[in-house]
Write a protein that binds this ligand. Structure first.
Ligand code: ADE
Ligand code: ZN
Length: 326
């Protein structure tokens, strides 16, 4: 098995990370106090001990409740900068974070407030630690397609400051086909597309995301293994999967890390990457996810190098900006 320090120093990219999911309980309390908002928990410890999830929806309920403390540009800045500081320590050289604007515009926190805070932190992260980034605007799939269309319109003044659209939130019952028109609009604007698919939802949602939304990566995608034809397609097309091991065990997609299929998919030749999803809620940042997989399933130095390389080559970087990290 590869040792921890080698894993830490290996240049890695993070391609599946929700900024709202990096809100640590300590920061949640600090922002609640700064903004004069009550929290339904007495202490950081009480909050953390509520992080026991039976499924994705259990988690999402707490995650949206927690995100309500994010009110000002400075809040979004502090959130994003704290994440980047952690990346710098873990050998993460490039990030492609999601944010969920509808979570905030629904509370009258404007698109401008969100973009200004996040973009200022991303610029400072580049300046301080050399971390490059591409931002992804993600639509909430439990809301209507019309709401997503309005959100895309609201984001147009920042069109040059995000590279792709994504699709997240409650997967079951909210298939990719529900968002075909808004993804068409986004691609017509020159944006790339990614989508959460095959996390809790069926393998067919992965095929829909590829065929109807024309995504260039699948977020999660672990349920592809229910469909051998789809597995072969993902291998043939070399579609990247942004797998999130600690998320999958915390949300009971797999009962235990020893049951996770990530190394099987990698060994079959799929373009698999490791990511942290919502590290403040799932017990670990990017390096912790690599270590958890290594400890439960084994990871040779060659496999670690392949995973880290996949993360960079599956990113939206190309040319010199990619080569500078390889
Ligand atoms: N939003 C934040 N994390 C998510 C996940 N793992 N699945 C779907 N939506 C999310
Ligand atoms: Zn996610």
């Amino acid at each position: 098995n590869i040792d921890t320090e080698l894993l830490r120093t290996l240049p890695k990219a993070e391609l599946h990370l929700h900024l709202e999911g990096t809100l640590e309980p300590e920061l949640m309390f600090a922002l609640a106090q700064r903004n004069g908002m009550p929290l339904p928990y007495d202490s950081v410890d009480a909050l953390r001990s509520a992080y026991e999830f039976g499924n994705l929806q259990d988690f999402l309920n707490l995650y949206y409740q927690g995100a309500a403390v994010l009110q000002t540009e400075q809040d979004f800045y502090d959130l994003t900068l704290a994440y980047l500081e952690r990346c710098a320590r873990d050998g993460v050289v490039h990030v492609e974070p999601f944010f969920d604007p509808q979570t905030h515009t629904a509370r009258a926190v404007t698109m401008a407030t969100q973009f200004r805070g996040i973009l200022r932190a991303l610029a400072d992260g580049k300046e301080r630690w050399g971390i490059t980034s591409c931002l992804i605007l993600s639509f909430l799939r439990h809301l209507s397609e019309e709401d997503a269309v309005v959100t895309l319109q609201q984001a147009l003044p920042w069109r040059e400051h995000f590279v792709a659209v994504g699709l997240d939130s409650s997967e079951k019952g909210n298939p990719p086909e529900k968002f075909q028109r808004v993804f068409d609009q986004a691609r017509a604007l020159g944006l790339k597309a990614v989508a959460h698919a095959g996390e809790e939802g069926p393998a067919d949602y992965i095929a829909q995301a590829l065929d109807l939304l024309k995504v260039v990566r699948i977020d999660h995608g672990v349920r592809c293994s229910d469909d051998p034809v789809l597995v072969q397609r993902l291998i043939d097309q070399q579609t990247p999967l942004t797998v999130c091991p600690l998320s999958n065990t915390r949300l009971k997609v797999f009962s235990d890390m020893s049951e996770h299929n990530i190394m099987q998919l990698l060994e079959r030749g799929m373009r698999v990457t490791i990511n942290s999803d919502d590290p403040a809620y799932f017990g670990g940042y990017l390096l912790d996810n690599y270590l958890a997989v290594r400890d439960a399933l084994g990871m040779t130095r060659e496999q670690a190098v392949q995973l880290a390389r996949n993360s960079l080559t599956s990113s939206f970087l190309d040319g010199d900006s990619l080569n500078n990290h390889l």
